[in-house]
Ligand binder design. Structure first.
Ligand SMILES: C[S@@+](CC[C@H](N)C(=O)[O-])C[C@H]1O[C@@H](n2cnc3c(N)ncnc32)[C@H](O)[C@@H]1O
Length: 277
């Protein structure tokens, strides 16, 4: 793909591939359509363990969609006993109709917190902070009032948190982001000591301008930086915080890459290798 045909972040975030109303934005914490199933990790287990050890826990979900999983976590962690099974049809009602698109959507691309209190709910003597970020205001109505849940309409390409997190997830979100490696590297620095990062990343969507096999190179670089990669599930994991210095400079995005392993049209991210050694 010639460099002059690659998209800037601004153009990408207006693309139909990114503002796609057919996307699954409604995964819950557990069950058939869930974070636990797709990540192979249960966010509540991690948060409960942090609560037990430190008396506080925090979860940042990048590209959170409807924020259904965060909302269920807010309810369950606040409950007097949070051991109740998760009801996949929990009280989260998903908005109907197509996702917002077209010219009006541009106004949503800003780091504007929907709730001004910044999260941080004290429940039963413990403190739980839950934060969701998504490009599109497609949040479930229940998410807007969930205790300790702070929602931001912003692009993860430029959004910055004001704190560290014990758990950072990005479930099927990087598929639509331009500078996937840049977001990955920044997010790893936002982990608290011993915090966990888990995100889907399809290495086949990373393209290097010199034609080098990006998958093989990246797997080696991730390994050398003690960042895990499950090639079967296409999940990158890390216990952080971690500085990930990859020898690439972002060149732009291709929203005509076609469907990825999920079957949905996704975005290829193009990089130029930097001289090393
Ligand atoms: C397939 S959905 C997954 C949503 C949620 N993680 C889930 O599993 O239910 C991908 C989400 O990424 C969001 N997204 C795409 N590009 C983004 C960007 N640059 N910044 C923030 N969110 C983005 C989309 O709006 C969409 O909600």
């Amino acid at each position: 793909m010639p460099a002059d045909r690659l998209l800037t972040d601004d153009a990408l975030e207006r693309s139909d591939v990114v503002a796609n109303c057919a996307m699954n934005r409604e995964r819950g914490l557990d069950g058939v359509n869930s974070y636990a199933k797709d990540l192979g990790l249960h966010p509540l287990d991690l948060l409960r363990s942090r609560l037990a050890d430190h008396g506080r826990a925090s979860w940042l979900d990048l590209c959170c969609g409807s924020a259904r999983a965060l909302t269920q976590a807010a309810d369950l962690l606040r409950a007097p006993t949070d051991s109740a099974p998760i009801d996949p049809a929990a009280r989260v009602a998903i908005p109907s109709g197509p996702a917002p698109s077209g010219p009006g959507r541009a106004g949503l691309i800003s780091a504007a917190p929907i709730r001004p209190d910044g999260g941080g709910d004290v429940a039963g003597g413990t403190q739980v902070t839950l934060t969701g970020v998504d490009l599109i205001d497609w949040f479930d109505p229940a998410a807007r009032t969930a205790p300790g849940l702070d929602l931001h309409v912003a692009s993860v390409s430029c959004w910055e948190p004001g704190r560290a997190y014990d758990l950072i997830t990005c479930v099927h979100g990087l598929h639509y982001v331009g500078d996937k490696l840049g977001v990955l590297a920044r997010a790893l620095t936002w982990l608290s000591p011993g915090g966990t990062f888990a995100a889907h990343l399809d290495l086949a969507s990373i393209r290097l301008a010199d034609g080098t096999d990006a998958s093989r190179t990246l797997r080696r670089l991730l390994r050398e930086n003690r960042v895990g990669y499950d090639a079967r599930r296409r999940i990158v994991t890390c216990v952080g915080p971690r500085n990930l210095d990859l020898p690439f400079t972002y060149a732009g995005a291709d929203d005509r890459a076609g469907p990825n392993f999920t079957g949905q049209p996704a975005v290829d991210s193009h990089y130029r290798p930097l001289p090393t050694g």
